[in-house]
Ligand binder design. Structure first.
Ligand SMILES: [Zn+2]
Ligand SMILES: [Zn+2]
Length: 327
């Protein structure tokens, strides 16, 4: 059976489970491991059956729980090489820090990771403690200088350690078990951001969020899909009048920012081929959008085209999973 389950969508965390044949993929891990597991169970998905995690881009709302979840489950993480590098830069200390700043950052990261790992271990019913921490690394190095005795007590000191990393390239489809994954480039202010089309058992599902606009290559990918998960981030008026500083508003509105309700609706009205049984709107801003505004804009766009009445419109939310969509 093919299934698409949005666990969370929005600027505080994004994650979706795609299942097909005997394979299950977690797309982005933007929530803590504990919360991901809780939501998967709520939605009837079993975390321990996941085969891989695949990452769209390195922004925190897509990778916040990545390392802990991958380690907990012992599964590979699929990135583009540039996204992996950007993620490593984010998770490891910056070189230009002073030693005192670095030690302080290590201490804070270690405390945060330890708290998350402890919480995750309880919730995930996993006996294995989360051993990764930058501060652990510093301690191990310092101790190794004096004596090798304690070095063996730090099995995985590298905070960027993952059980396995697999690279893919935008524009080159690849296989994860029974699912064919086609990554495509999206315009967004990250190192090498991508959207995906997943293909399993004759069903095609497209995921395109975090994009400043819809360029021709993305339009081409969103054709002939049975499920379309599309960003509808902000209402233009709400964003203009809203609480963000002007610099942030500029970023969101830019060609590498986020897709507005109006731009999503314009795509649905003028370019979309109407093939999808389900259209899911996602990555809605909590500050600059209202679910009703996003829904009305998309409904109006679809209703302009009477032949598309079969399209079922859904809204993904930040705080609870959507019911799984099965084919
Ligand atoms: Zn995002
Ligand atoms: Zn992003």
């Amino acid at each position: 059976m093919v299934r698409f389950t949005v666990l969370a969508s929005g600027s505080k965390g994004n994650s979706t489970v795609v299942s097909g044949g005997h394979t299950r993929i977690l797309v982005d891990a933007g929530l803590s491991c504990r919360e991901l597991f809780r939501r998967m169970k709520l939605a009837g998905e079993e975390p321990h059956t996941l085969d891989a995690i695949i990452v769209t881009h390195e922004h925190l709302d897509h990778i916040g729980g990545l390392a802990v979840t991958a380690r907990k489950l012992g599964i590979p993480v699929c990135f583009t090489q540039a996204t992996h590098r950007a993620w490593m830069r984010w998770i490891t200390p910056r070189r230009h820090m002073t030693y005192a700043q670095w030690v302080e950052q290590c201490r804070q990261q270690a405390a945060a990771r330890q708290a998350e790992a402890l919480a995750a271990a309880v919730e995930c019913e996993c006996d294995e403690p989360e051993a990764d921490s930058v501060a652990g690394s510093a301690t191990a190095t310092a101790q190794a200088g004096a004596s090798d005795q304690n070095a063996a007590a730090e099995p995985r000191p590298d905070p960027a350690w993952l059980p396995s990393v697999q690279y893919f390239e935008s524009g080159r489809p690849f296989q994860i078990g029974d699912i064919t994954v086609s990554p495509f480039t999206i315009p967004h202010d990250a190192a090498d951001p991508v959207g995906f089309v997943f293909h399993a058992e004759g069903v095609r599902m497209a995921l395109a969020t975090d994009l400043g606009y819809i360029p021709p290559n993305v339009k081409a990918q969103l054709k002939s899909v049975d499920l379309l998960f599309l960003e509808s981030n902000h209402d233009l008026e709400m964003l203009r009048d809203g609480p963000y500083p002007w610099s942030v508003k500029q970023r969101v509105l830019s060609r590498v920012g986020h897709l507005s309700n109006e731009a999503a609706a314009d795509f649905l009205e003028t370019t979309y081929d109407g093939q999808a049984a389900y259209v899911i709107l996602g990555h809605l801003s909590e500050s600059n959008n209202l679910p009703d505004l996003a829904r009305i804009a998309a409904e109006r766009a679809l209703s302009e085209r009477p032949s598309l009445l079969a399209n079922r419109l859904m809204l993904a939310t930040q705080h609870e999973p959507l019911p799984p969509i099965s084919f």
